[in-house]
Design a binder for this molecule. Structure first.
Ligand code: ATP
Ligand code: MG
Length: 576
């Protein structure tokens, strides 16, 4: 340590909010260069390399082959798939001296499809899985928490190519299993959540989320069944339809100054002489939607008034179309829209597409806008008084909502996305017309899977999950050094003994960090806690009696062992 390129800091960096960010900077693992752009110093780089090693081992074990594509890429392939445009401001674009357009790769589906197309041409060549571990570039809107959300970050991305859907399912399964092994080896607590509602066929896409309150992803799970899903992917358990016969006719009431749900609920309670629940009202939200290459079109969305629209769920439900809220000119152009009093009737009568929450089943009766300022209609029955064009998953999901599998209530938690497995299908092989000769002489088109692990993000995730109030704590598998040997005795003999012990440990193929600095034991112990090697060996006062101290950074346990046993004890403790 007397010549290690390391300066630990006493204070947290001013821009840091989450623990892993504070600690990785204070412990001298990373340094900020620009927002979302970080340098790796020796200790940080060692952890990063260790995680890469684990990922590489598990990728190789499923037969994936490592290659390395450039990060600097020409525009054309991304133009072919329209991602040059679709990626929007998240894409780093640049020009060369001849004004040719380039980008810094955010992910490499295009290049892998083209690479396989370039080399392979027969069914005999398949299946094949390729991967790389490489810097990715995304101009994230909110780079955050140091390396947790960077604009330059290291990803392992792999791509499988199969000729059949069954083959793809198998490649997908192999990756999913490998990811489970990777995250288990890294000691990460995680859940696997479905990332799509399953409408497009089973487990086409799943995300691995590390449990952490510092995470940006909200997911829900059902403790009874183990169901877990991204909030975007949760499907609403629709109630059974209600018989329509005998329901009273709808009545329009004057409800002056009730443009919000709260004011409406108060007015309705007065009119009906009982406490009305917000979920008895049907709130109609107007947005405009544009399909890729299409024009803006109005869309009405009806949801129970007690809930808000969850924009992320709405976005996922409308994908690949984009949406925007209406502005004053839109309202002016569509005078049938009575702002604050919009009902299903005017929408349907004017040909506006109208989608409702799945809870709006036939026979349910609603208090909703009567399409005139200051008026609402009571007892408007779905399936009788209006028929929506379909359903949409746009309403917020709440704790206590029933799980889609009917097994019990949902509870929400936060997580950090550490991996993603995705059955892509033929989107990219279609775009590049990747054909290979089939067994029967006819051309076949390979189907792809794409799979990502956030390698640099994992450094922060492990730090986030494993730290304590004293500092970092690395699992043995990925610690920068196996053992931290602290000389806490000024005596010349102790110093020589410590150096000899360091040599013996390293002869036993352990990586040793030797604190040989001329600093006080207190400073050295504090640093050993901050830096977080799993095992600390102290050559201190006990050395005169032939003993050293072994400290376990995880349990905090300390015990004396004879110097002669130290190597064996350390080997046993590090399980190498
Ligand atoms: P997020 O929702 O966190 O932005 P994503 O859906 O964009 O992630 P993918 O495109 O699936 O992520 O990328 C694969 C993996 O790369 C993610 O699971 C995540 O672990 C990691 N990753 C993505 N963006 C970043 C980033 N800005 N910084 C660090 N790691 C990232
Ligand atoms: Mg992202």
């Amino acid at each position: 340590m007397s010549h290690l390129f390391l300066r630990t800091l006493r204070d947290d960096p001013a821009d840091a909010e989450v623990a892993s960010h504070k600690l990785l900077v204070r412990a001298g693992y990373v340094r900020r260069i620009a927002p979302g752009v970080y340098s790796w110093l020796p200790l940080g780089l060692r952890v990063l390399r260790q995680i890469e090693r684990v990922v590489r081992e598990e990728m190789n074990s499923i037969g994936a082959q490592e290659i390395s594509l450039p990060a600097l890429l020409p525009r054309e392939p991304y133009e072919t798939t329209n991602r040059w445009t679709e990626y929007g401001p998240n894409l780093f674009r640049l020009q060369d001296r001849k004004q040719g357009d380039y980008l810094l790769g955010p992910t490499h589906e295009e290049m892998f499809a083209l690479t396989v197309k370039g080399e392979y041409n027969s069914y005999k060549d398949f299946p094949v899985t390729l991967y790389q571990i490489q810097a990715k570039y995304r101009d994230e809107e909110r780079p955050r928490a140091g390396i947790l959300r960077g604009r330059e970050f290291v990803m392992k991305d792999s791509y499988s190519f199969d000729l059949t859907d069954d083959g793809l399912a198998e490649s997908y399964r192999a990756h999913r299993d490998a990811y489970e092994r990777i995250f288990t080896r890294l000691g990460v607590e995680y859940v696997i959540v479905s990332a799509t509602s399953g409408a497009m066929g089973g487990s086409a896409s799943e995300e691995f989320l590390a449990d952490s309150p510092a995470g940006e992803d909200t997911y829900v799970r059902c403790l009874e069944s183990g169901y877990a899903a991204n909030v975007e992917a949760v499907t609403t358990l629709a109630p059974a339809p209600v018989p329509i016969d005998g329901l009273p006719a709808a009545v329009v009431h004057d409800t002056p100054d009730t443009p919000t749900i709260d004011t409406l609920v108060a007015a309705a309670s007065q009119i009906l002489g009982r406490e009305v629940d917000a979920d008895e009202t049907l709130k109609n939200i107007l947005v405009k939607v544009k399909q890729p290459g299409g024009d803006w079109e109005l869309l009405g969305i009806g949801i129970p008034g007690g809930r808000d629209v969850d924009e992320k769920r709405l976005e996922a439900a409308l994908e690949p179309a984009e949406f925007a809220m209406l502005d004053d000119t839109d309202f002016a152009a569509n005078p049938f829209l009575a702002k604050g009093y919009i009902g299903p009737k005017a929408l349907l009568a004017n040909g506006v597409r109208y989608l409702v929450d799945p809870r709006v089943v036939d026979g349910t009766s609603w208090i909703t806008g009567a399409d005139e300022p200051g008026k609402h209609v009571f007892g408007l029955v779905a399936g009788r008084d209006f028929v929506a064009d379909g359903t949409i998953e746009a309403a917020e999901v709440r704790d206590g909502d029933p799980s889609p599998d009917g097994a019990g209530p949902l509870v929400s938690a936060r997580g950090i996305e550490i991996g993603h497995v995705f059955q892509l299908g033929r989107k990219y092989t279609d775009a590049f017309e990747v054909n290979v000769l089939g067994e029967n002489g006819k051309p076949v088109r390979p189907t792809m899977g794409s799979y990502g692990v956030g390698v640099s993000r994992l450094v922060a995730v492990v730090a986030e999950q494993q730290h304590d109030d004293k500092g970092l704590r690395w699992p043995a598998e990925i610690a920068p050094f196996d053992v931290h040997l602290v000389i806490a005795n000024k005596d010349e003999q102790a110093r020589a003994g410590a150096e000899a012990l360091a040599q013996e440990l390293s002869d036993a193929r352990l990586e040793v960090l030797l604190d040989d600095r001329k600093a006080s034991p207190g400073v050295k112990f504090k640093d050993s806690e901050l830096l977080g090697m799993p095992l600390v060996v102290v050559v201190g006062r006990g050395f005169a009696d032939g003993n050293v101290e072994l400290r376990d950074r995880f349990t905090g346990e300390a015990r004396e062992v004879p110097v002669g046993d130290a190597v064996g004890e350390v080997l046993a403790a590090t399980r190498r």
